[in-house]
Design a binder for this molecule. Structure first.
Ligand code: FE2
Length: 416
């Protein structure tokens, strides 16, 4: 079947069956070919082509066979395809693969950062379960954020080519947000969303010194905000109850760790920075993980895949060791985030007396953020349920640190 779709929705595996413009305005000699390389895809995205035609008999369809531009107020599907997969144990691997490819081009953004009435010049995508759809904005020029758009079900995402436009938008709202309180909120949103972008960039290119430096800047910004507000984390973290994104998780855990360390009385900036940096990088070893393994329901993982996933600790250490100037203290959160007081964690099975304070902190914050995030085969717990879980497993976690972490969460307004 021949379909006309926005150029931004093109992806690898589709069969291009023409463009909506004349031959000489496109970067291609042929107008009928399978999209096989990232290079081809980027040429389409960077060109002036607005729409392409695809032949779904010869290549992949649009995301999950959905219409590209549904009503933004359409209700979410009642059941999660991911959870169905987990329940049935018979995944539609082709659909799952398509979905993983689509995710790779998109960055989850925080809906709270979109202000009603503000102008944006980037595309927005809505994701509910495994359905991803481009929202009906103008293709060119500015669009205004409407109440209807903000009511779109699920999560909002942007295309990775629009990251700079999104950052420009965040800088603009941080400048123009009026009263001091709103300015502080906007500034923290900018810090958080920028941290998500830079950690995502580092995951895509984990040997880049430039990207590692950008992460360092983000940790400094997170730390300064927490010090200036005497431990508040309002608007510095995101609630990812719909789906797991490693960049969102990394930023959340880093914010929780710095704030908990501050609440414990740590005021030495070098110490706070090491905790923040190590916790932002704690899962960097997952950057080499095939997404098919990373997002597979846990109960369907083979022994080999479980070992592969557990290897992210030492893979992360190998990556971090490529860079000079990362202190041994900053390595501790990375090394110890899956350890626990009883010595039943991994990779070394360290007991409480051997764990660094940052290891004890991150074992709590990492578990909390993981429990409050949905992922294939797991429906997120509410913050209350996750804290109850931590309390019920108090033999694994340091009681004083857990108490301070609960206080940190209690003092901060939780985005919904
Ligand atoms: Fe991890």
């Amino acid at each position: 079947m021949r379909k006309k779709i926005p150029a931004s929705a093109a992806r690898l595996g589709m069969y291009i069956d023409g463009f909506d413009t004349s031959w000489f305005k496109t970067p291609f000699l042929r107008h009928h070919f399978e999209l096989k390389s990232q290079d081809q895809l980027e040429k389409i995205i960077e060109s002036s082509v607005e729409h392409v035609y695809i032949d779904t008999a010869k290549g992949l369809d649009v995301f999950h066979h959905e219409h590209m531009r549904p009503s933004p107020t359409a209700p979410p599907k009642k059941s999660s395809k991911l959870r169905e997969m987990a329940a049935n144990d018979s995944p539609d691997d082709m659909t799952f693969t398509d979905y993983l490819k689509a995710r790779d081009y998109l960055l989850q953004i925080d809906k709270l950062c979109l202000l009603e009435g503000a102008a944006i010049d980037f595309d927005l995508f809505a994701k509910t379960d495994m359905n991803i759809a481009c929202l009906p904005l103008k293709n060119k020029g500015e669009s205004i954020i409407t109440k209807e758009l903000l009511a779109s079900p699920g999560e909002l995402l942007i295309h990775r080519r629009d990251v700079q436009k999104y950052r420009d938008y965040l800088i603009m709202i941080a400048k123009d947000s009026g009263p001091a309180l709103a300015q502080a909120a906007s500034k923290n949103m900018l810090i958080k969303e920028t941290a998500k972008i830079v950690i995502r960039d580092l995951f895509a290119d984990p040997v880049s010194h430039e990207k590692m430096e950008a992460c360092k800047d983000s940790v400094e910004a997170i730390m300064s905000s927490i010090i200036n507000t005497k431990g508040l984390i309002n608007n510095l973290f995101s609630v990812s109850k719909h789906d797991y994104y490693v960049c969102t998780h990394s930023v959340n855990v880093s914010v929780f760790c710095v704030a908990t360390a501050f609440a414990l009385g740590i005021r030495n900036e070098a110490e706070l920075f090491a905790i923040g940096r190590g916790s932002l990088l704690h899962d960097i070893g997952l950057s080499a993980m095939p997404p098919e393994v990373l997002y597979k329901p846990h109960h369907r993982l083979s022994e080999f895949e479980i070992e592969l996933l557990r290897g992210h600790i030492f893979d992360g250490l190998d990556i971090v060791n490529l860079f000079k100037g990362i202190s041994p203290d900053a390595m501790r959160p990375l090394l110890e985030h899956h350890e626990n007081l009883m010595g039943t964690g991994y990779p070394m099975g360290l007991t409480g007396d051997k764990l660094h304070v940052s290891g004890k902190i991150i074992s709590i914050t990492n578990t909390y953020d993981t429990l409050t995030t949905s992922r294939p085969g797991f429906k997120s717990l509410s913050p209350f349920e996750a804290l109850a879980y931590l309390r019920d497993h108090s033999h694994l976690f340091d009681a004083d640190i857990l108490k301070e972490f609960i206080t940190v969460l209690g003092k901060s307004s939780q985005p919904e």
